[in-house]
Design a protein around this ligand. Structure first.
Ligand code: CP
Length: 321
């Protein structure tokens, strides 16, 4: 594996999940694989889980890790080509990425979308330039349109906790006070759509009108504007807010109550509830669910280590060929 950016970078979902679970059972089995190899984690935006779980995964593989908080500690980055840099930007991504590639064997990049320029965000301009100029394998730590380490984690967690061979999985839009990216729901939809194609899940998306995701991510999913209808018989409910794709980055007033609570959960097949975190309590998701027996959010966050570790392991194996 030379790049981990989307579900397209994985051949068999079942194989990568089983490999991740075998790493979970024996975390240090490959601790010699990363000896004398350097992982660089570059953050243009905040992170708790991605930052810590990816470092832990790398250490389990015997790697050294450097973390660069580019948003706070780096020079102001220019990403446009052909501009005279006489403004506030100090360093071009061409040099910055190339230099980081000199220091590291594998790089990770977190780069949120602007939510202003749909074309630049959805062509993944920044992520693609970073890959092009750094010259080493790159793992996405969440880009403008996708969060693949989170989605792989979610599939691992569903596989571990499912009680039926083909569980019903519902992605449920939730309220928020800010305009959030579509990266997590896009990515979850992309991975679940592929899992559905492979007969692993039944996949439904519920959101208010106006919050349609880009069609490229939702092929084959059942899509409804009725949350109660979607929740009927659900085995897993994945709660997440996102802003509008069509009216890019906009937030519409929503009249119905879209927050999941125990009363709504009675419609489900005693569904387990997931969220990528961070979560705003009693706005996106009720405290009674987060503190109750149906919540998987901490186990899900814990599984971030095994998703990162299987991806880094595959990249290291490719380096060592
Ligand atoms: N879920 C997730 O990516 O968390 P962080 O933003 O804290 O890394």
């Amino acid at each position: 594996m030379k790049k981990f950016f989307s579900v397209a970078d994985v051949d068999s979902l079942e194989a990568i999940v089983q490999e991740a679970l075998s790493l979970k059972a024996n975390p240090n089995a490959y601790e010699h694989l990363g000896k004398h190899k350097m992982l660089g984690l570059v953050f243009l935006n905040p992170s708790l889980r991605t930052r810590l779980s990816t470092q832990k995964a790398a250490m389990n593989l015997g790697m050294n890790v450097m973390v660069m908080n580019m948003d706070k500690d780096g020079w102001a980055l220019e990403t446009r080509d052909g501009v005279v840099m006489n403004g506030t930007t100090v360093e071009h991504i061409r040099e910055a990425a190339a230099v980081m590639g000199e220091y590291c064997d594998i790089l990770g990049l977190r780069s949120f979308p602007s939510l202003k320029d749909k074309e630049a965000d959805y062509t993944e301009d920044l992520f693609n330039k970073f890959v092009k100029y750094c010259g080493v394998p790159v793992v996405s730590l969440e880009s403008a349109t996708r969060h693949p380490l989170q989605s792989l984690t979610d599939l691992i967690t569903i596989t571990e906790h499912k009680k039926v061979a083909k569980p019903k999985v519902v992605l449920a839009w939730a309220p928020h006070v800010k305009a959030l990216p579509q990266a997590v729901p896009n990515s979850f939809a992309e991975w679940m759509s592929k899992a559905q194609e492979q007969g692993l899940v039944d996949f439904t998306i519920a959101h208010p009108a106006g919050y349609e995701l880009a069609e490229e991510f939702t092929q084959g999913a059942t899509i409804t504007h009725n949350l109660e209808e979607a929740l009927q018989g659900a085995d897993f409910v994945y709660v997440k807010n996102w802003s509008s794709y069509k009216e890019y980055g906009q937030v519409y007033p929503v009249s119905d109550n879209w927050m999941l609570d125990n009363q709504k959960l009675t419609l489900t097949n005693d569904a387990k509830v997931m969220h990528c975190l961070p979560v705003r309590r009693d706005l996106e998701l009720s405290s009674e669910i987060l503190d109750g027996p149906n919540s998987l959010v901490i186990k899900e966050a814990s599984n971030r280590v095994w998703a990162a570790q299987v991806v880094l392991k595959r990249m290291l194996e490719n380096l060592n060929k």
